[in-house]
Design a protein around this ligand. Structure first.
Ligand code: NAD
Length: 292
């Protein structure tokens, strides 16, 4: 897709971080934006900021754990902006995990899998039939994570499991669209190459009441990228970060080339992916990779 002018782009989780940056990157190229998010306060701010840039946008309360809520977002976007061209299944959370996984609250597993995995499944069910029905070129982009898709970082088993599942679903969606000869291009977006400075480490702000923790004592103590940097510094590691605008720019460049992999890596991440592949091929004992 070379020309984003007048294209309609739906972005879940667009009130913050990567989704917010995608809204601006596409809006500045002339796309019409529909944001769906659960964070009403942040959405008001995004609405004002998009309007200030002269970007045509609608912002709807949408909870990706509900397919009805996503269908409502799709209906409103179609009615107000026109047939959909791009869908970003981007909403995601970090459950703030730490400690032994068998001590986690069941609600940690439920919340993270509901948003990260069911959010993607629900988005596919709500949007794919509409994209297929238009019969024209369209893009379906799923935000995954290298933590799960490529490597297994220790200490966040729920998040890692959710993103491993998300990648399997995304790659299969690509195969099915390809096999069906559909004009829908599927892409897997990997925010990075470093930890992206977003609200992901403070996801508790949008945690639903009914899934609040019922067992205390497994808080990670990390509520922001700055907390992560401080913790890394204690181990003598200088942690680098990526701005979400850089992720959005990388995604748009990839979409212009109809790329499946919206992925930027460093030598360090390449080495980790290679080491993992070799570990499997050589049947050696897994050793944990570090965030970097
Ligand atoms: N930040 C990173 O380093 C990083 C790395 C790899 C992958 N990701 C992925 O990027 C995506 C975007 O996250 P981010 O880093 O921008 O974090 P973020 O917290 O800044 O943005 C996530 C958005 O999703 C929204 N959201 C949460 N639950 C929702 C729900 N049930 N329904 C609708 N919206 C909901 C939040 O309100 C927020 O606006 C996520 O899928 C995340 O897993 C982030």
């Amino acid at each position: 897709m070379q020309d984003f002018h007048d294209k309609v782009a739906v972005i879940t989780g667009g009130a913050s971080g990567v989704g917010r940056s995608l809204a601006f990157a596409l809006g500045k190229r002339g796309a019409k934006i529909a944001v769906g998010d659960v964070d009403s306060k942040a959405m008001h701010q995004v609405a004002a900021d998009l309007a200030a840039e002269g970007i045509e946008a609608i912002l709807e309360h949408c909870d990706v754990t509900s397919v009805d809520s996503l269908n409502h977002l799709a209906d409103v976007a179609e009615q107000k902006l026109g047939p959909l061209d791009l869908v970003f299944a981007n909403a995601g959370i970090g459950a703030g995990e730490s400690g032994a996984m068998w001590d986690y609250s069941e609600k940690d597993w439920q919340w993270c899998l509901n948003v990260n995995v069911w959010g993607v499944i629900n988005s596919i069910r709500a949007f794919m039939p509409r994209l297929v029905a238009t019969g024209k070129e369209a893009h379906f982009v799923v935000t995954g994570s290298g933590n799960g898709a490529f490597i297994v970082l220790p200490d966040a088993p729920i998040y890692t499991a959710s993103k491993a599942t998300v990648h399997a679903i995304t790659e299969n969606l690509h195969y099915q669209c390809q096999a069906g000869g559909l004009p829908v291009k599927v892409s897997a977006l990997f925010p990075g190459p470093h930890v992206v400075d977003t609200g992901l480490f403070n996801s508790g702000r949008v945690r639903p009441e009914d899934l609040k923790k019922d067992v205390e004592g497994n808080e990670s103590g990390i509520n922001s990228v700055d907390d992560m940097k401080r913790m890394a510094a204690e181990f003598g590691i200088e942690m680098q970060t990526t701005h979400p605008d850089e992720v959005a720019a990388m995604a748009v460049r990839g979409l212009e080339q109809d790329a499946f992999w919206l992925l930027e890596t460093t030598e360090d991440t390449d080495a980790k992916i290679r080491a993992r592949a070799e570990m499997i091929l050589n049947r050696t004992l897994p050793v944990p990779a570090m965030v970097g």
